[in-house]
Ligand binder design. Structure first.
Ligand SMILES: [Zn+2]
Ligand SMILES: [Zn+2]
Length: 342
């Protein structure tokens, strides 16, 4: 089969390799589309702490179930369209016992620690796979994984209907959080984003926007919230100023969600956390329950319409290097998909 292999940092090549062999409890998926994630770009640059090379990246997949092994295969059948959660968990540690497979003690990720889906075929655990409902087309189904991140973030935040939300960082995940928060009944979603194109795009989708580089950012943001602050804020930018904006503009007893991966530890004004009785929570990837929730949410027309708008470009497999380049440096895009099988 054809696979995209990162041979070493900065070297991505299309190579002919053997199809993955599956074991009991695993399935083989013929991949239709795979989305390019920020993680894939980090992997290409060699910026991932636990990755070793060579590796086949890719985890935002949709395809056709072509082979399945074992006794516990549920209602799955060959020929079905499926998506799969990339989280490989042990099933035995405390986190797994609580259903929080995303923080498993021996967590592994498809496309980082095992062969990923920038390949014609990928192997996945049967228990991490879900059939795609007929109403969801292939490109939309490829958005299940990034959408699941947003579902996990919003559900963990405890957002209630009618509340106000601040999202700091308007990239693909920030936009998906905004979309899910709106679907969950947020009264207002404000997105703080540096890039003008992204602000215009978000504003076109009906969200309030603000440029964090303006001199009177704090006053303007306060005004936008009706001078009362936000119930829940999401830090999706991974910089000190973003965390400060969240701490400063979240209401008393509100919640600050830490979503971004940061290179360096980010300082927090604990005095404000104390005086406003803020809750600060992390949210990493998604558990299987929220992955399933994302696929179910894509059956809501309003969400599907919003999510589809984020698919900026679709590249053919032979142009995968361009897809990575655009995902990282494209100044007018959000999500990039790669079509694996024509
Ligand atoms: Zn991803
Ligand atoms: Zn575990």
């Amino acid at each position: 089969m054809l696979a995209a292999i990162i041979q070493k940092p900065e070297v991505l090549e299309l190579c002919e390799v053997p199809k993955p062999a599956i074991e009991d409890g695993e399935a083989l998926i013929k991949v239709f589309y795979t989305g390019v994630c920020g993680t894939d770009v980090h992997l290409l640059h060699g910026h991932h702490a636990t990755a070793t090379f060579p590796l086949i990246p890719g985890h935002e997949m949709v395809g056709e179930l072509v082979e399945i092994k074992g006794n516990d295969i549920g209602a799955f059948q060959r020929g079905q369209r499926v998506v799969a959660q990339e989280v490989l968990s042990c099933g035995r540690c405390t986190a797994c016992a609580k259903g929080e497979d995303n923080v498993c003690e021996s967590l592994q990720i498809i496309g980082i620690h095992t062969e990923g889906s920038f390949a014609e075929y990928v192997r996945v655990p049967v228990k991490k796979m879900l059939p795609v409902p007929d109403g969801i087309d292939d490109q939309l189904a490829a958005m299940t994984e990034p959408l699941a991140v947003a579902v996990h973030d919003v559900r963990r935040s405890g957002l209630q209907v009618g509340e106000k939300v601040l999202v700091v960082g308007g990239g693909p995940i920030g936009m998906l959080i905004a979309i899910v928060a709106r679907a969950a009944g947020a009264k207002q979603v404000v997105i703080s984003e540096i890039k003008k194109f992204r602000r215009d795009f978000a504003s076109g989708m009906g969200f309030d926007v603000i440029d964090p580089t303006i001199a009177d950012f704090d006053e303007k943001l306060k005004e936008l919230s009706g001078n009362e602050g936000f119930d829940v804020s999401f830090e999706v930018a991974g910089v000190k100023s973003a965390m400060s904006a969240c701490i400063n503009h979240t209401k008393c007893t509100g919640t600050v969600m830490v979503i971004a991966i940061t290179k360096e530890p980010v300082p927090i004004d604990t005095g404000k956390v104390f005086s406003k009785e803020l809750t600060i929570k992390g949210a990493r990837i998604h558990n299987f329950y929220n992955f399933k929730g994302a696929l179910e949410l894509l059956q809501m027309k309003s969400v599907a319409d919003d999510v589809r708008k984020l698919i900026s470009k679709v590249y053919s497999f032979s142009d995968i290097r361009d897809a990575f380049e655009y995902a990282e440096h494209g100044e007018d895009g959000f999500k990039v998909l790669v079509k694996i099988f024509e």
